[in-house]
Design a protein around this ligand. Sequence first.
Ligand code: PMP
Length: 388
Amino acid sequence: MNPIYRDMGTTIFEATSARARARGAINLGQGFPDGPRAEAVIAAAAAALQERSNQYPPMAGLPELRAAVAAWYGRHQGLALAPEEVTVTSGATEALAAALLALVCPGDEVIIFEPAYDAYRPLIERTGGVVKPVALTLPEGRIDRTALAAALGPRTRLLLLNDPLNPLGTRLPESDLAHLAEACTAHDLTAICDEVWEALVYDGARHRSLMDFPGMRERTVKIGSAGKIFGLTGWKVGWMCAAAPLAQGLARAHQFLTFTTPPNLQWAVAEGLVREDGFVAEARAQHQAARDHLRAGLAALGLVTLPAAATYFVTLDLAASGVALSDREFCATLIDEAGVAAIPVSAFCAAPGPGHLVRFCFAKERAVLDEALARLAAWRAAFGRSEP
Ligand code: PMP
């Protein structure tokens, strides 16, 4: 067996969810939403299953979905994409795998920014690429320009960026994106941009893609996911967008991974992207309200969180909260003693990483958040305010 997989455990999300189930804990660990339910999109999928083809759709995706993705990015992000520049994939995860398989040659160096989504490192290493991690500034999640400059070298070929960022819920300011664009053009790098959280940005902000910066249109692979846009994480419908020469290579890699994605789900996502802007806005508003509710509840317990500009996640700062446990100790104790599951941010970093940040998912029903807060309050009261 390949040592990358032989020596690896299950993901932190699987492990935490399993432990949460075993202990009857409220799961604020894994990032899936309780709602709202995208009824029209689900109905479109059910209808398509009965009324449309259930045979292999075109390898690059249903034309309706490719056109809908291109139009959605035109409307929401001011990008001018042609449908031919969109390849539909089985979730953003497959898009990431296809992009890395297509673009990395053995020995190529790939810059990632930590904390980083956990799939990046094993995918890069399995292509024979070499991971060059650059730590983001904490807790702001900004690009550390000195650290980036130190990581760039003659073998650097790619930069893999997640913005907005899971786990911290931060967004890069335009000045950082402009700096990354300059680095990519100066060093002739291709950027793979994982923007699955692009529709879940709060406080009236508008997502801007690295692809939109000078010199980036031809050197960016922009990855998105309907799972996040419509809160249907189990569907695994995603896509990757890139200019023609890149798109062709990506499609070649994709054709020998999953080849296609269920046609009824593709059809429904196309319908949703065309007709359901109202639902997406409503979902965003509900998540923002849930974020504010959880942050206020944690603050009332003396627990300090970082501002969450995007995603389903809010980050608890243990050090600022006066909690003298590491994030992993805190999360383990929290499941067992308080009955609430959360994710240690150090799981998103190669050792040593930050040890004082914990990720909570706030995209849950109000009653679930309130029960979690009540459990935390009871647990914290039992230990006094300065310790957990
Ligand atoms: N990238 C990031 C940053 C994510 O947070 C997720 C999902 N949690 C994915 C990729 C995977 O997306 P999908 O479910 O569409 O494969």
